[in-house]
Write a protein that binds this ligand. Structure first.
Ligand code: CA2
Length: 153
């Protein structure tokens, strides 16, 4: 079974508390429940990790090597600052998909650079929680194609 790791960065655990016009009304528990439902529907294994600490996010990316087949990552504010997360994603070299609840390309200039995105095969931004759903589907198809290039023919 395909094993996916979802990594969420700082303050995403506070979803639903403020700025619902940007991040929606649903809380973090609702997101993790949806992730598990979508993983079951797609018949993939899925673990979720959230931290407010950059080093802990780097540790989780490193630990995924040999334990996951693909990474879905929303590094939150570290998206725009962390070369350490970019380097960790490059080091483990697993296919990674970047997700953002909001459309970072249409927000403040400082949100328009994504270091993590430079190590990702795909980005979904501005779709709310549905972006994670798209990421699961995308990675499943991507990994199946990589493992058996003839499968879709
Ligand atoms: O749109 C996204 O998913 C972001 O990664 C969310 C981050 C932000 O720093 C990125 O630029 C874009 C913020 C995550 C959580 O922010 C909250 C703000 C208020 C209340 C609760 C969470």
């Amino acid at each position: 079974m395909i094993r996916l790791l979802v990594i969420n960065g700082p303050n995403l655990n506070l979803l639903g508390l403020r700025e619902p016009e940007i991040y929606g009304r649903e809380d973090y528990a609702a997101l993790t429940e949806k992730l598990q439902c979508w993983a079951e529907e797609e018949a993939v294994g899925l673990k979720v990790f959230q931290s407010n600490h950059e080093g802990a996010l780097v540790d989780a990316i490193q630990a995924s090597y040999g334990n996951a087949d693909g990474i879905i990552i929303n590094p939150a504010a570290y998206t725009h600052t962390s070369i350490a997360i970019l380097d960790a994603l490059k080091a483990v070299a697993l296919p990674a998909v970047e997700v953002h609840l909001s459309d970072i390309s249409k927000r403040e200039p400082f949100r328009q650079i994504s270091y993590a995105g430079m190590a990702c095969v795909k980005t979904f931004a501005g779709l709310g929680f549905e972006g994670y759903h798209e990421a699961i589907r995308f990675l499943k198809a991507y990994l199946n194609e990589k493992n058996d290039p003839q499968a879709g023919l």
